[in-house]
Design a protein around this ligand. Structure first.
Ligand code: NAD
Length: 248
């Protein structure tokens, strides 16, 4: 049995996931990274798993949970589960299919629920917490983001419901970032430097967030100093969510 704290981080191969892995590992956590895309990240273990499939295939779900449990058996439990993986089906309403809804809700909403439910005893044993990475789209959105925005708003709702029911044993919180400087976000601005500058300046702090700012907030939420924070959805948005877009 090791006294080292343990973190399970989903979406570990993405821009924010990579930063979550390094920030938690640098803080002394044993990090279990999970993603469908295998990548060399700063983690002690990497589990290749499809979070869409764990919601639709019971045997596959059991196999993945058993794999995670086998890595937790030598520890004192699971100190933090960070549900960070997500997908965006960006489509006009006329083109959204039931498959888009199923896949988005599976990855962005139901898999965070299932991982929390199935790993609850390990979280309880460690007096741990869950951090759901939601988005500014939970409150403020734009055209073609119906599936994504709905899933992120529902994740905030799930965070509150679970916090109320489980809070005496495991705290559940969410982080709602505005734009974060990830390779994926930057790629969307290739050859559109002006649009990137406009996006940055729309944030009252004059820039978008760094992935490490999401990771450091998660580190605080997981810490002993945050023991009274439960059911919160913290806006990490540089003030853009308070801004009135007035033409004059
Ligand atoms: N980047 C931003 O501007 C921004 C802003 C607000 C919120 N967020 C949220 O932050 C989180 C991380 O975003 P990111 O920018 O790092 O995105 P990303 O696309 O770089 O990373 C997402 C990761 O999730 C993984 N993933 C997707 N579907 C999966 C599946 N079925 N099974 C397992 N893994 C799967 C992907 O392989 C990828 O590595 C997401 O929840 C996103 O909604 C991002």
């Amino acid at each position: 049995m090791t006294d080292k704290k343990t973190a399970l981080i989903t979406g570990a191969s993405g821009g924010i996931g990579e930063s979550l892995c390094s920030v938690f590992r640098n803080d002394g956590y044993k990090v279990i990274a999970l993603d469908r895309a295998e990548k060399l990240v700063d983690a002690d273990f990497f589990i290749k798993a499809d979070l869409d499939k764990i919601c639709s295939d019971n045997d596959y779900c059991l196999e993945i949970i058993c794999h995670i449990e086998s890595l937790l058996r030598s520890s004192h439990g699971l100190d933090v589960l960070i549900n960070n993986a997500a997908i965006q089906a960006i489509r006009p309403i006329a083109k959204i299919t039931v498959a888009d809804w199923n896949q988005t809700l599976n990855v962005n909403l139901i898999s965070p629920f299932l991982l929390t439910q199935k790993l609850f005893l390990f979280l309880e044993k460690a007096g741990g917490s869950v951090i759901n990475i939601s988005s500014i789209h939970a409150k403020l959105t734009k055209p073609e983001f119906s599936c994504y925005a709905t899933s992120k708003a529902a994740l905030v709702g799930l965070t509150k419901s679970m916090a109320v029911e489980l809070g005496s044993k495991v705290r559940i919180n969410a982080i709602c970032p505005a734009a974060v400087s990830t390779p994926m976000l930057l790629a969307g601005f290739d050859d559109q430097g002006e649009a990137y500058e406009i996006l940055s300046s729309m944030h009252p702090v004059g820039r978008i967030a760094e992935p490490s700012e999401v990771a450091k907030l998660a580190l605080f939420l997981a810490s002993k100093d945050a023991q009274f924070i439960n059911g919160a959805s913290l806006e990490l948005d540089g003030g853009i969510g308070s801004r009135l877009h007035d033409p004059v």
